[in-house]
Design a protein around this ligand. Structure first.
Ligand code: GDP
Length: 215
């Protein structure tokens, strides 16, 4: 059976920047969820738009500006329309931006502690990294931090269209064992390009399978 995101079903609900509001939302909402997170400028908004439709997340020219967790609702529908599942999409603020002030990174930490500390096991984390140079210091720090929590995560290596030669792609394949060591719960790696949409169907399949509890 094939599943897809129901057309026009993705709706922005809240921009949460307040810890109490976030915890209240998480405690009162049991729908299966997916959360996208990555280094600022890695193409998180572009990837969300590639999967959910062109105007879901804002593609920003000011990296690191969004300090909120953007919450969307969407529905997964089966080909025969017999299954419809309501789900949540979390667009998490990017990490690792050099110009973020101390005050802002404190706020980011508080928000993330509340998010990952309250999250239910029915949320899949998509950690987006840059296929050209994965495992930057801030990526490593983030995955190290994620090891504190019992959650399910996959990695999307984005901007694959920028790896032009076979040699560059082979180099990335060689990095995979190192990458999976960084986060012990990493389930799978996906090679994607938000620009060309290559690999996005496979990532979407992983998301829908998880959300429908098919694997
Ligand atoms: P965010 O800060 O992580 O949300 O990143 P954005 O989605 O705003 O993208 C940052 C920049 O990377 C933009 O100029 C995008 O056009 C570009 N970009 C994002 N994904 C891709 C991709 O797969 N390939 C290429 N070549 N550029 C991308």
């Amino acid at each position: 059976m094939k599943y897809k995101i129901k057309d026009q079903s993705t709706k922005f609900k809240y921009g949460l920047s307040n810890v109490e509001q976030l915890v209240e939302f998480l405690n009162n909402n049991a729908d299966p969820a997916v959360a996208f997170v990555g280094r600022s400028n890695v193409g998180k908004s572009s990837l969300i738009n590639a999967i959910y439709g062109s105007k879901t997340a804002r593609v920003s020219n000011t990296p690191g500006r969004t300090r909120e967790i953007n919450v969307f609702e969407f529905e997964i529908i089966s080909e025969d329309k017999a299954t419809i599942q309501k789900c949540i999409l979390f667009d998490l603020p990017g990490y690792g931006h050099a110009e973020v002030s101390k005050q802002m990174s404190k706020q980011w930490n508080e928000l993330m502690n509340a998010f990952f500390g309250t999250l239910r096991p029915n949320c899949l984390i998509i950690n987006i990294q840059d296929a050209r140079h994965p495992a930057q210091d801030s990526d490593k720090e983030f995955l190290d931090y994620l090891n504190n929590f019992e959650i399910s995560a996959v990695m999307a290596l984005n901007k694959m269209d920028k790896l032009k030669t076979q040699k560059e792609r082979a180099q990335l394949q060689k990095e995979l064992p190192k990458l999976s060591k960084l986060y012990k719960h990493m389930r799978q790696f996906y090679f994607v390009s938000a620009e060309t949409k290559k690999g996005c169907d496979e990532l979407l399949f992983a998301i829908t399978s998880f959300l429908l509890n098919l694997k």
